[in-house]
Write a protein that binds this ligand. Structure first.
Ligand code: URP
Ligand code: ZN
Ligand code: ZN
Length: 460
């Protein structure tokens, strides 16, 4: 099977030029001017379009047992939504309960995705307990192709690890040559602040921020980087939300800690005022770390532009407002944490980043695709348009205009946090390993065709 994409403007993290791209089976095999199509080739006219490498979301939750409920999407709904939005690969967090067997959790998450996901996928392995039995299983899981760990410094009594466990996780990660991703908030501080606020009858979603202020996140970053420094481990801070935390990461970077930073589209475009909306509407915007004061957005955009922040992810975590967020009606600490955004990340980043002059096209591709591929051992198979790369391509229409709405979304949740926002561009065609999966905003691919991407450790 072959595919020829003609006359598009190819844009990667470092290059921009007009050429044709020829794909055979699953791979890009020629990039040149005036390529002709052998008989039977599907030809796509990309005149006036931009062609990006398939976008990678390095932080999503699909199967997620959390806070007494489960995130709403299935791998089928989430992957279709991802593809319509231009994301051709995602990295899902495996989040076992502390009492779960890590290997059983890996098999469970893999089983949920395999044969269901329409786009390619891989995992970060959550370390929620560290003992010698678990250590052995983590080593086996890395051999099975999962070359990154995830630790939570937050969520006391659920996912959070002790300092001893953090130390042992980073020691093992260093030994195996894998990177550790980390949710950085001080779990004890959060718990004490929650107790104090509830004791003062401050129970609404508007108090969520006060229970996890910027210093609590900055302390988490500082804490992680102290441990990473001692062990010379490689760490990646997920969903960094504010100036204070970014300053801690920058200080760590300058003293030589191997640290990379991710932020989210939510933090760039939504703010604390959303979580303060009346009539419990604010619950739709409760996530951790919380949405911050608007002043932080300039810092995050600048951090992205300058590369101090490497990646832009979603932390997609969809919970229905009507039946799930409502669980915290009388107690904000019971509102399932998370804001969905898998479908809209790329179009919003393009519109409010590139079109508004906050980041250039190359940094856009880099932050939403190439950096994740490099950091997590997928490059140049993913995140690149070059000979031999997987033919994951986004033929992007920069002239399209649309409005985000729950009424038209593909994700399986009863609201959209970006409701009513304009987008100025969207994927015209999306391919996954040489097959067209999306045309004009419609999924036309093969459900369940997505492949588990095994990643080698030790590429640092
Ligand atoms: O609020 C969030 N971020 N929910 C998803 C779980 C996590 O912490 O990543
Ligand atoms: Zn988190
Ligand atoms: Zn997350």
């Amino acid at each position: 099977m072959s595919l020829l994409i003609k006359n598009g403007q190819i844009v990667t993290a470092s290059e921009r030029y007009v050429a044709d791209i020829f794909c055979e089976d699953e791979t890009i095999t020629r990039i040149d001017q005036n390529l002709s199509a052998p008989r039977g080739t599907e030809v796509i006219d990309a005149t006036g379009k931009l062609i990006f490498p398939g976008f990678i979301d390095p932080h999503v939750h699909i199967y997620l047992p959390f806070m007494g409920t489960f995130a709403k999407d299935t791998h089928e709904t989430a992957s279709k939504a991802a593809l319509v939005g231009g994301t051709t690969t995602f990295i899902e967090m495996i989040c076992p309960a502390k009492t779960d067997d890590p290997m059983a959790a890996f098999e469970l998450w893999l089983g949920k995705a395999q044969g269901q996901s329409a786009c390619d996928f891989t995992f970060h392995m959550g370390v929620t307990r560290f003992d010698s039995a678990a250590e052995h299983q983590f080593t086996e899981i890395v051999k099975r192709g999962v070359s990154s760990f995830k630790v939570f410094l937050a969520y006391k009594g659920a996912f959070s690890v002790s300092d001893e466990e953090l130390y042992q996780t980073l020691r093992l990660a260093k030994k195996l040559g894998v990177i550790t991703t980390a949710h950085c908030e001080n779990a004890d501080l959060v718990l004490e602040l929650q107790k104090k606020l509830l004791g003062e009858k401050k129970t609404g979603p508007e108090w969520h921020h006060q229970s996890r202020p910027p210093r609590v996140e900055a302390e988490g970053v500082h804490h992680l980087l102290t441990f990473a420094e001692m062990l010379e481990a490689h760490v990646y801070i997920v969903h960094l939300s504010c100036h204070e935390a970014l300053r801690e990461a920058a200080v760590g970077k300058y003293r030589g800690v191997n640290v990379w930073v991710e932020t989210l589209i939510q933090y760039l475009l939504l703010n604390k005022a959303h979580a303060e909306l009346p009539n419990f509407e604010g619950a739709k915007f409760v996530m951790s770390p919380p949405l911050r004061d608007q002043r932080n957005q300039t810092v995050l955009w600048n951090g992205l532009r300058e590369g101090l922040i490497s990646t832009l992810a979603t932390d997609h975590a969809p919970f229905d407002f009507g039946t799930q967020k409502i669980m915290g009606k009388d107690d904000f600490t019971k509102i399932p944490n998370g804001i969905p955004s898998l479908e809209d990340r790329v179009n919003l980043f393009y519109t409010y980043g590139v079109k508004r002059g906050r980041v250039d096209l190359h940094r856009f591709v880099d932050a939403a695709s190439t950096q994740a591929a490099r950091l997590f051992g997928l490059f140049p198979r993913k995140g690149a348009i070059q000979l031999g790369s997987d033919a994951d391509l986004v033929v992007y229409d920069p002239v399209y205009r649309g409005i985000i709405s729950v009424k038209t979304q593909m994700i399986n949740v009863d609201y959209n946090p970006f409701e009513g926002m304009t987008i100025e561009g969207r994927p015209h065609v999306v391919t996954v390993r040489g097959q067209v999966a999306v045309r004009e905003g419609k999924f036309v691919g093969q459900p369940g065709r997505g492949r588990f991407l095994q990643r080698e450790p030790g590429h640092f």
